[in-house]
Write a protein that binds this ligand. Structure first.
Ligand code: ADP
Ligand code: MG
Length: 257
């Protein structure tokens, strides 16, 4: 069975892309077959895997606007177990272009039908909005993983995000569940961090991952070298944290299934 996890939070800069790339790579390192889907027009998870968007023939934009099969869009990466559906810059216009397509919320889901079984995990890097692209991600997902930055206003916008989850559940995808809430850019020395953690746990009882992602410069440097953090520095805290997150997710799968 393939597990589809959408990494979503309409706030920008909370660690969605960093999480999507490094979680996908970590699952690959544990011998899982993983497909990372980049549906953010900024394409940071595409470039973060060393793929030059200008050389990409088909992208998630082509999938959404022309309804091509994901098979025609897939790119193999140089990282263990990891394939990619790349984004391209045109994706920024896709929300409008597909606004009146019939069944527009299911285009992504339908595009992967023929290849889904090849993968153990599909990870979707969502854009910082709650529009039709994020709806596409949530419609095909089994679960949503919500990264939350340990910062002031951490909880801001989460009510809208959860309202979107409920709407997608009601209309398109009744079994959509919450994989977990991931605390990112964590610095345990700060009082603020402790306050944020307490608030988030209150908002999402029992849904917060035991793994937290520390703030670490290696995590922010790796993308400019076009690689997940593990391939940049096997031993740093960020690498360890995302391997630990992958373990947590795999274990949960086993105990559920
Ligand atoms: P989003 O996809 O939600 O916009 P990103 O993953 O792109 O967020 O992260 C925003 C910025 O913060 C990026 O420059 C990224 O490199 C940096 N960043 C993300 N997580 C960490 C972390 N744990 N430690 C240090 N920098 C991080
Ligand atoms: Mg991003």
């Amino acid at each position: 069975m393939t597990k589809v996890i959408a990494v979503a939070n309409q706030k920008g800069g909370v660690g969605k892309t960093t999480t999507a790339v490094n979680l996908a790579a970590s699952l690959g390192l544990y011998n899982k077959k993983v497909l990372l889907i980049d549906v953010d027009p900024q394409g940071n998870s595409t470039s973060g895997l060393g793929i030059d968007r200008r050389n990409v023939k088909n992208s998630t934009y082509t999938i959404l606007t022309e309804r091509i099969s994901a098979e025609e869009c897939i790119v193999e990466t140089e990282f263990q177990g990891l394939s990619l559906l790349p984004s391209d810059i045109n994706l920024a216009g896709a929300e409008l272009e597909i606004a009146d397509y019939p069944h527009r919320e299911s285009i992504l889901k339908n595009s992967v039908v023929s290849i889904k079984q090849e993968f153990d995990y599909i990870i979707i890097d969502c854009p910082p909005s709650l529009g039709v692209i994020t709806t596409n991600a949530l419609t095909m997902a089994d679960t949503i993983l919500v990264p939350i930055q340990c910062e002031y206003y951490a909880l801001e916008g989460l009510s809208q995000l959860m309202a979107t989850v409920r709407r997608v559940k009601r209309m398109y995808n009744p079994h959509l569940d919450i994989e977990g809430v991931l605390l990112t850019m964590y610095d345990g020395r700060l009082n603020l961090t402790q306050q944020v953690v307490a608030e988030v746990k209150k908002f999402f009882p029992k849904k917060v991952f035991a793994t937290v992602i520390p703030r670490g410069v290696r995590l922010s440097e790796a993308p400019s070298f076009g690689m997940p953090c593990y391939y940049f520095d096997k031993k740093c805290k960020g690498t360890e944290a995302y391997l630990s997150l992958a373990t947590e997710i795999i274990k949960k799968e086993k105990s559920n299934g």
